[in-house]
Design a protein around this ligand. Structure first.
Ligand code: NDP
Length: 407
């Protein structure tokens, strides 16, 4: 049993705290810390009521690495799980180096003033972690996270070479609000309004946001959705670590209603991330927008429907073309029943717990900075089945893979 420190008391932090508390044989004392102490206390009360486990809470400014290092020591933690915001990643990695403990997160570092999604800043910590004999695990959510593991597992068990990868993230849920995002609105809107990039023949190719889309029918009756090609951070690490990939794309479903609201918000300037002067004060429009939108952590009560996230992978095995689709379907209402959260927080928080478990007792804590696909996927895949995110895979013909026919 080892002690851990979870930073961030939002939708994802709540799921991580609940799921870790359900595994006392792996996770010893759990401390949940965030900027707003009352949010940690509310989650701790729910954890106690649902699991019978008492967790500690603390207030911390995760941008201050000395303050976080002192808290790590006080908590006696051996691993920090970062489920605050991507802006905090580097400061929290510094805090782990100062306190001498392992680090993990679910999203790559982003500078506050520019929406740039790349691993370069965190990969630069490779030597520091290696020299300190410490381990950092990057992107242990669903996408990135499980999607990387699905790819590594496919390569290990189904392919000699992977040639194409299409990650398809469908949220077939309805939260009943006119407009709301399923995770932190600021991060979500920065991501979906960014230029699209996909990997083709050795380079990233840019296109206008949301300019390429098609219809996709999910398996198991989840339904038919319009999916839009966009950039997503796991593409960068996957094409680096699996160099046989000739084309890699990421697709996400959006409803016409979501896109209508987003277009208006963009057109009126509400998604800007630069500061504007308002009544003698500087505000960032997107941060103000976040303050008036529904809190994603509160959507669980009203959200119905299922998510369906998976990878269509094609390549060769024993000299012959081969293709598979590997996916998970998750029910919003079942997640709410289990931990009081909707499925987007759940599908991120469960892999965060499983990643932490691999680091604590699954042999994943080798010194250095690692993306998910650099570790052996088998025990993670087994844990997905055991801890709430069961997966399936189906074999496809090359034609089915090319036309995304999985249902
Ligand atoms: P929320 O906004 O709900 O929660 C973020 C939490 O971090 C809040 O409790 C916030 O505090 C806290 N926080 C922010 N800044 C600081 C700071 N300086 N010091 C201490 N605490 C701070 O976000 P989500 O739970 O929706 O998302 C959490 C993370 O998960 C994000 O990085 C997101 O990108 C990632 N994610 C990853 C996914 C994946 O599949 N890989 C999918 C979805 C999300 P306060 O409450 O005071 O604002």
């Amino acid at each position: 049993m080892k002690n851990i420190l979870i930073i961030g008391a939002g939708g994802v932090g709540s799921v991580v705290a609940h799921k870790c508390a359900m595994l006392p044989e792996v996770f010893g004392e759990i401390t949940l810390a965030s900027r707003t102490l009352s949010k940690c206390d509310d989650i701790a009360a729910s954890v106690l009521q649902r699991t019978g486990k008492q967790i500690a809470t603390a207030k911390v400014d995760a941008d201050n690495s000395d303050e976080t290092a002192a808290l790590i020591k006080k908590a006696g933690a051996v691993l920090l799980i970062n489920v605050a915001l991507p802006y905090q990643d580097l400061n929290l990695m510094d805090a782990c180096l100062k306190a001498g403990i392992d680090y993990m997160d679910t999203a790559n570092y982003e500078p506050l003033d520019v929406a740039k999604f790349e691993y370069s800043w965190q990969w630069k910590y490779q030597e520091k972690f290696e020299e300190a004999g410490l381990s950092a695990l990057l992107g242990s959510g669903f996408d990135p996270g499980v999607t990387n593991i699905f790819t590594a597992w496919a390569l290990k068990h189904h392919f000699d070479e992977i040639h194409t990868l299409d990650i398809i993230d469908v949220n077939g849920g309805d939260h009943g609000h006119a407009f709301a995002t399923n995770f932190n609105p600021e991060i979500n809107i920065r991501e979906v309004t960014a230029e699209c990039r996909h990997w083709e023949n050795g380079e990233f190719v840019e296109s206008a946001p949301m300019s390429t889309h098609q219809s996709f029918t999910c398996p198991d009756g989840v339904g038919n959705y319009e999916i839009y090609r966009m950039y997503h951070e796991e593409l960068e690490s996957l094409v680096k670590h699996i160099p046989t990939i000739k084309r890699a794309q990421f697709w996400m479903s959006f409803s016409p209603n979501y896109l209508k609201h987003l277009e208006v918000l963009e057109n009126v300037g509400m998604t800007r991330i630069d500061e504007v002067e308002y009544q003698g004060q500087k505000i960032v429009p997107l941060q103000f927008l976040k303050a008036v939108l529904p809190n994603p952590g509160d959507l669980g009560e009203t959200t119905k429907g299922r998510t369906c996230i998976g990878n269509i992978i094609s390549g060769i095995k024993d000299g012959k073309p081969k293709a598979i689709y590997v996916y998970n379907i998750c029910d919003h209402e079942a997640c709410f029943e289990e931990v009081g959260s909707q499925a987007i927080s759940y599908t991120t928080g469960v892999p965060a717990m499983i990643g932490a478990k691999q680091m604590l007792c699954g042999g994943w804590s080798k010194p250095g900075v690692w993306n998910m696909e650099q570790h052996d996927p088998d025990s993670f895949m087994a844990d997905l089945n055991e801890f709430g995110l069961p997966w399936k895979y189906i074999e496809l013909t090359p034609e089915q893979a090319a036309s995304f026919e999985v249902a």
